[in-house]
Write a protein that binds this ligand. Structure first.
Ligand code: ADP
Length: 624
């Protein structure tokens, strides 16, 4: 075979990534060693997996390991692995482009993170290109496990790279880094050893530094809990989670039945998704008998647990299972169920053990628990124990559990009530809580857009129906204090006859705006409020669905509501007289009362029409 060298341009995104890596990542430089060892480890995992099922592996006898050689004179670091290696075309695609889907976004986000806080870079895993943080020139020699002849990739990081034939290599990959002048330290053994111990202790293959093995390779999750120190766990978390912080929670468990499982799961401290990093990838790796089968597995946990980091290892899975087959494998589904239930039970226990610490978790990751509720019924019972909401009885910022609410329920109360609003003050000033306050019935405040959907999905808790206080058929007659109206209150009200006349007139006047107008049994001070005849829909849910329809360019399509009026309210009483003396003006007042009630329900009104009418009414009031 003739020696053949070809020159290639880096893909545009790769050029930008290289620029960022070379120019702005100095403080985080050490991570390049972690990135390269992690690539080697991946290649070794793949090799171990392949050799289980294939028998024509090139260099099959070579032990699986990483070795690192340093040369202080020549200022080089060489990292060699006996993994699956790369063919010529794999070198070209893997080390010339960025594999991430949406790589454009990835680079933009990386640039932004580098600008904000270089410590965030670690979260990205810049991968192989990190070699250019310390190297002025990087050479990669690689030979694939398929036995095809090896090749050499060389680049100085600026614009292009070359690939040449490199006959006679062993299977695997060797990365040779010619260190930059200000990075000569990386040829010092003590320095490199420290970095490996910090970042790569848990790599499941021997890492040999100048011939000495510097890591222990026993999988931490197979060891017994009381032999493992907090520090070791935390280091392991940083390793599997590619994390810089310490975990908020950790769960290490082993079971033999119904399936053999060893798992270590971590809840991080931060939620990177909410910090604007886009949707995070699942962080739990699936092993079978200590062999990695599925990294960042989509299958081993439900999607809404994607914030977890860690490993799950089961001896019951077939080793040669393909990644596609994992998706609908009955055993994997069973594993998923067992692990999810176990983790949710753990959270429940933690919530009982230290509720304030649990609230920290809830404030950061509660959104995923809510997502879990709305994405299926499988774990609903467990999830219902974990949700938290503020309530009329809870302290500001200290939401309550449904179980605690039920425990506080008074005699005769059969249902759990909730009402949506933008914040505590707005809810408490609104009409919906008036009767709850009067009767001293606790009511949950749902303040996030997703909350009413969550409660609607749950439907009930421990046999108690979850009911929104803006439902038309809400009946509080049996709950709370059951005193009837005093004589004084009765005499203060509009007579039945006048009340009937007024509701009939309002219905005619507001016509297609309302489904019905009825006398309220639950307003105390406010003149009117909007309620939903459809028991499955709350005003908040409707607002969100209307907004999402409008985003798609569709009409909002809101349903018509009932208007409840308070016959004891002075405004309503005066209105009954006004209908007789000045019906046109009364119609304006009625329309304004309706709009006000809609706004208090958080629903949309036409602002132009409303403001114009409002001025008309004000003019009359001041006598203009
Ligand atoms: P990532 O590891 O996130 O995929 P990298 O840029 O680090 O991104 O590597 C790109 C690809 O190059 C890897 O997915 C892998 O296919 C290949 N690769 C990198 N290092 C090695 C190695 N030591 N052995 C085999 N393949 C490798």
């Amino acid at each position: 075979m003739t020696e053949q060298t070809t020159t290639h341009e880096f893909q545009a995104e790769t050029k930008r990534l290289l620029e960022i890596v070379i120019n702005s990542l100095y403080t985080e430089r050490d991570i390049f060693i972690r990135e390269l060892i992690s690539n080697s480890s991946d290649a070794l995992e793949k090799m171990r997996h392949e050799s289980l099922t294939k028998d024509d592996v090139f260099d099959a006898h070579v032990p699986l390991e990483v070795s690192i050689e340093l040369d202080e004179e020549k200022h080089t670091m060489t990292i060699t692995d006996t993994g699956i290696g790369m063919t010529r075309s794999e070198l070209e695609t893997n080390l010339g482009t960025i594999a991430h889907s949406g790589s454009g976004n990835f680079v933009a986000e990386l640039a932004e993170a580098a600008r904000k806080d270089v410590n965030l870079i670690g979260q990205f895993g810049v991968g192989f290109y990190a070699a250019f943080m310390a190297g002025k020139k990087v050479t990669v020699q690689s030979r694939s496990w398929d036995g095809s002849e090896g090749n050499e990739w060389v680049s100085e990081g600026a614009g292009s790279y070359t690939i040449s034939d490199a006959p006679g290599l062993h299977r695997g990959t060797r990365v040779i880094i010619d260190l930059k002048e200000d990075a000569y330290d990386y040829a010092l053994k003590w320095k490199v050893e420290g970095i490996i111990k910090q970042y790569s202790t848990f790599v499941p293959f021997p890492i040999k530094l100048e011939g000495d093995t510097v890591n222990t390779v026993q999988a931490i999750w197979t060891r017994s809990k009381n032999e493992i120190s907090d520090e070791e766990y935390n280091e392991f978390y940083k390793f599997v989670g590619n994390a810089m912080d310490e975990p908020h929670y950790r769960l290490h468990f082993s079971v033999d039945a119904p399936l053999a499982i060893n798992a270590v799961l971590f809840v991080p401290k931060e939620n990177f998704e909410s910090m604007g990093f886009g949707r995070i990838d699942p962080g739990v790796n699936l092993y079978c008998q200590r062999i990695l089968i599925d990294q960042h597995s989509e299958n081993i946990l439900p999607e809404w647990l994607r914030f977890l980091k860690g490993v799950v290892d089961s001896d019951d899975l077939p080793l040669n299972i393909s990644r596609q087959a994992l998706q609908d494998n009955a055993l994997v589904m069973k594993l998923r169920k067992v692990i999810t239930k176990r983790f949710l039970k753990f959270l429940s226990e933690e919530a009982k053990r230290d509720s304030d610490y649990y609230l920290d978790f809830w404030n950061t990751f509660g959104i995923y628990i809510k997502e879990g509720v709305t994405s299926g019924y499988e774990f609903q019972k467990e999830l219902a124990q974990l949700v938290r909401f503020e309530s009329s009885r809870s302290e500001d910022g200290k939401p309550t559990s449904l179980a605690d609410y039920v425990e506080r329920m008074g005699e005769g109360q059969e249902e759990i009530y909730y009402i949506n609003g933008p914040n505590r003050a707005a809810i408490e000033a609104g009409p919906y809580v008036e009767m709850f306050t009067k009767k001293e019935i606790e009511i949950l405040y749902t303040m996030e857009p997703i909350d009413d959907f969550v409660l609607s999905y749950l439907g009930e808790f421990e046999g108690k129906k979850l009911v929104s206080a803006d439902r038309a058929d809400l009946d509080l007659s049996k709950s709370g204090e059951t005193e009837t109206d005093t004589d004084e209150e009765k005499s203060d009200k509009l007579s039945d006859e006048a009340g009937n006349d007024l509701t009939a007139w309002l219905k005619k006047t507001l016509a297609d705006k309302v489904a019905d107008v009825i006398e309220s049994k639950r307003l105390v001070d406010s003149p009117a409020m909007i309620v939903n005849p459809d028991g499955h829909m709350t005003s908040s849910m409707e607002r969100i669905m209307a907004a999402s329809r409008m985003e798609k360019g569709l009409t909002p399509e809101t349903s018509t509501k009932n208007l409840e009026i308070n016959l004891a309210s002075p405004l309503i009483k005066q209105l009954a007289d006004l209908v007789k003396s000045d019906e046109d003006f009364a119609a304006d007042v009625a329309a304004q009362i309706y709009d006000n009630a809609m706004i208090q329900a958080g629903l949309v009104v036409d602002p132009m029409v409303m403001v114009e009418r409002n001025y008309k009414i004000l003019n009359k009031a001041v006598g203009a």
